[in-house]
Design a protein around this ligand. Structure first.
Ligand code: MLT
Length: 419
């Protein structure tokens, strides 16, 4: 074969040295299980919900499935951007109820925030500089690497061209404003993995920064339902002026147990603008609309009806109960690990507990240690970015008895460590 004529791959994929974090954890766990089939593994790694769908949501889901089975109520393609009933419920409950005005056609329903935070890069030039919190949800970095918006990774694990904003115990896990100007700033609050929420003052600083430097903030609020302090902001649009500088991502995965159902949404305000190659300003809303209509055919009708039911009175109460269940797990993990002598963070306004690994370990060796000795799976902090090295994440998504058991096993293992 003449190699010059062969198909070329996207070379940027080769910059990603490791596999995607969660499949890599699943692979290591499966390998351990193969060698130790008797081990009863407790999985607190990937943040995947375990509680079933709740009655009001399930009923709406069933009703909509039945509608699809009758000639007079069957539906084919729906609007790519989502059905008006769901967009309206979101506008009224997630925004108007908090004094925020969002128009329903600024809401784009999708099948997940992972996809949306990964795909949003489509509408931005490859020349844009990206800033990310470090550690953070790996999708932001990996998708920008795939797109070619970065150079290769250095020995320090940092991709050239990305501006990393280290969030460690020393700065209370709050991202510092960047020294160099980024075009696109990913902020995740409550943060995955540290569990830190950006207080209003910090959000105000970021919005002011973005306005001054004409940057765009990509605000991932997938975990906002876990915020327990009423003074903490759930949406970036609670800050005045954010409509001109921010896109917001929300998800039904973690609050309503939709990880397997798939439904989320993204807000692209019409007032948000950026520069085209002609030097003229363009609204981003029509660009995202164009991208959405071209590459996506909408979330299924029954799923959107199920999502709408989250906003019914019964749905709201059920979802609050679900969130409370996982937050009680988080409290158990926090207390248990802190009593066992570990430094724990997060887990109060988020379903993730961020732990400093004991002396003598790094993130991956602590992962291996817990897998081998406690048969508990967590997530190594370094998988979320170089500043996550030395930390470990435990997810509060799990059944309460399993979470109790995991904490007890970890405590016993730590007791046997030389001090
Ligand atoms: C996580 O564990 O960080 C999340 O479950 C990943 C995701 O939501 O895609």
């Amino acid at each position: 074969m003449n190699e010059k004529n062969a198909v070329r791959i996207n070379p940027h994929f080769l910059k990603l040295r490791a596999g995607y974090l969660f499949p890599e954890i699943a692979r290591r766990t499966a390998a351990f299980k193969k060698q130790h089939p008797e081990a009863e593994i407790i999985r607190l790694g990937i943040g995947d919900v375990t509680r079933p769908l709740t009655p009001a949501i399930l009923e709406a889901f069933h009703r909509a499935v039945d509608e699809m089975g009758r000639k007079e109520s069957f539906r084919g393609y729906g609007p790519e951007q989502g059905y008006p009933f769901l967009r309206k419920a979101i506008v009224e409950n997630d925004y108007r109820a908090r004094g925020i005005e969002i128009e329903s056609d600024e809401v784009f329903i999708s099948d997940g925030s992972k996809c949306d935070t990964g795909n949003i890069g489509d509408i931005f030039s490859l020349e844009n500089r990206v800033a990310v919190q470090d550690p953070v949800y790996p999708v932001y970095v990996d998708t920008n690497v795939m797109a070619g918006r970065t150079g290769p990774a250095g020995d320090d694990g940092r991709f050239r061209g990305i501006i990393y904003l280290p969030c460690t115990a020393e700065n209370d896990f709050l991202p510092p404003l960047p020294e160099e100007r980024p075009d696109l700033i990913y902020l995740c609050s409550p943060n995955n993995p540290t569990g830190t929420v950006l207080p209003r003052s910090a959000l105000e600083r970021w919005v002011a920064y973005a306005r001054e430097h004409r940057s765009v903030i990509l605000f991932d609020a997938a975990y906002e339902a876990f915020i327990t302090n009423p003074d903490l902001p759930h949406s970036i649009y609670e800050v005045e002026g954010a409509r001109e500088v921010a896109i917001e991502f929300r998800s039904f995965s973690k609050n309503a147990g939709f990880t397997g159902v798939r439904c989320a949404f993204t807000i692209v305000p019409k007032s948000l603008q950026a520069i085209g190659p002609d030097g003229e300003t363009h609204s981003l809303h029509p660009l995202w609309n164009r991208r959405h209509c071209t590459k996506f055919n909408g979330v299924s009708y029954p799923v959107q009806r199920a999502a709408e039911a989250i906003y019914s009175e019964a749905g709201k109460a059920e979802v609050a109960e679900l969130v409370g269940y996982y937050l009680r797990n988080a409290a158990v993990i926090r207390k248990g690990l802190s009593n066992a002598g570990l430094h724990v963070f997060g887990g109060v306004h988020a379903p993730y507990i961020w732990v400093r690994v004991p002396p003598g370990f790094d993130s991956w060796s602590f992962f291996d240690f817990l897998l081998e000795k406690a048969h508990v799976v967590g997530t190594p902090g370094s998988g979320f970015g170089p500043a996550g090295e030395g930390y470990f994440r435990l997810s509060a998504f799990g059944e309460a008895d399993q979470v109790n058991e995991a904490v007890e096993r970890i405590r016993r293992c730590l007791e046997n460590l030389p001090r």
